[in-house]
Write a protein that binds this ligand. Structure first.
Ligand SMILES: Cc1ncc(COP(=O)(O)O)c(C=O)c1O
Length: 350
């Protein structure tokens, strides 16, 4: 098992179903064809028409001026923070959000920005009172509070729009900018039945990942106002993320927007089906929203369950105490049925 808590890739060579993450998705046949057919150019010269088309498409969908294509969500988030904050500034962020926990403190290491973590509530949001309490007064002793960074969805949970609005309101009142890590933006709007522009409206910048449930091999897009785009492109260059014929990846993103976004609801339905099946096994507590399930077996059953599933050819996360199970487009009904049968054949110790 890796330090990151996932079962290493060699666990169960006869893999029939991989529930560790939606990042496991491989490009579909149609996506591969679109990648091959894409018109390309050198995007550092601003000459890749497919990258330009993807950036325009996402900016339009999210109701923002413009967008920049990045290799990863981590880099897109970091470039956004660097555009909002200078050295010695501070961002307020959820204490369980990816930017705080899982991006190697890049904003501190590379941008000199300190992170002020606020406890994440059960719904995945941040309490407005706690945001207010975290905002520092202007005093030479303190870091300057400059940015509120939110995430949605959070571990599969969709933070309700009124919760987001309440947090953004107190941030705006104090003059803070607001960024959204929308790695699973399209899962969230699918679950809410909300349009992309409404969901994106409260934020200055939004980072959207294409390489999770949307199934591209790489790529994230940072969307925001024209006034920030020059700095964001410069930040991408500083971070080494300016790519050449990246239209080959952008074509995958365009294909995903057209063909894979409408299918996300199928992942959510399969997650609900797996959650129902798990509840009747008595293995442990089950929570499910969008495409993610968190299953908490007893501590005695934890390791036994992961090895039982690996032997049945089903890869599951090794996180503890709750194991994350993620439905995605590379888990079809047959694979899901096999996973359900494997869970059903596990004898819980109590
Ligand atoms: C919520 C969230 N934000 C950001 C990222 C970073 O994306 P990437 O792996 O492309 O750097 C991830 C990756 O899993 C994520 O789950």
């Amino acid at each position: 098992m890796s330090l990151y808590g996932y079962i290493a890739a060699d666990a169960g060579t006869n893999c029939i179903c991989d529930l560790r993450s939606d990042t496991m998705t491989k490009p579909s046949a149609g996506m591969r064809e679109a990648m091959i057919a894409a018109p390309l150019g050198d995007d550092v010269y601003g000459e890749d028409p497919t990258v330009a088309r993807l950036e325009q498409e996402l900016a339009a969908r999210l109701g923002k001026d413009a967008a920049v294509f990045f290799p990863t969500g981590t880099q897109s988030n970091l470039a956004a923070v660097m555009a909002h904050c200078g050295r010695g500034d501070e961002m307020i962020v959820g204490d369980r959000y990816h930017l705080f926990c899982d991006e190697a403190a890049g904003v501190s290491v590379l941008a000199g920005v300190s992170m002020n973590p606020v406890p994440v509530s059960d719904d995945g949001g941040l309490d407005p009172d706690r945001i207010t309490a975290a905002i520092k007064v202007d005093d030479p002793h303190y870091a300057r509070s400059r940015l509120l960074s939110l995430e949605n969805s959070v571990g599969g949970r969709v933070v309700p729009l009124d919760r987001i609005a309440a947090g953004v309101k107190v941030a705006r009142k104090a003059g803070l900018a607001v960024h959204l890590d929308g790695a699973r933006f399209f899962n969230a709007i699918t679950a809410l039945g909300c349009d992309a522009a409404t969901f994106a409206a409260p934020f200055d910048t939004v980072s959207v990942c294409l390489s999770k449930g949307l199934g591209t091999p790489a790529g994230s897009v940072l969307v925001g106002p024209n006034s920030m785009m020059g700095q964001i492109r410069r930040n991408r260059k500083i971070l080494g993320g300016a790519m050449r014929q990246s239209g080959v990846l952008a074509a995958a993103g365009l294909y995903a927007l057209e063909h894979h976004v409408p299918q996300l609801a199928e992942d959510h339905a399969r997650a609900a089906r797996l959650a129902d099946a798990l509840r009747s096994t008595g293995i442990g507590e089950v929570q499910c929203q969008t495409n993610m399930i968190f299953l908490t077996p007893t501590p005695e059953d934890h390791a036994r369950l992961t090895s039982h599933m690996a032997q049945a050819g089903v890869k599951i996360g090794g996180q503890s105490p709750a194991i994350r199970l993620v439905l995605h487009r590379d888990v079809d009904d047959d694979a899901l049925d096999a996973a359900i049968r494997a869970f059903q054949s596990f004898p819980p110790s109590t």
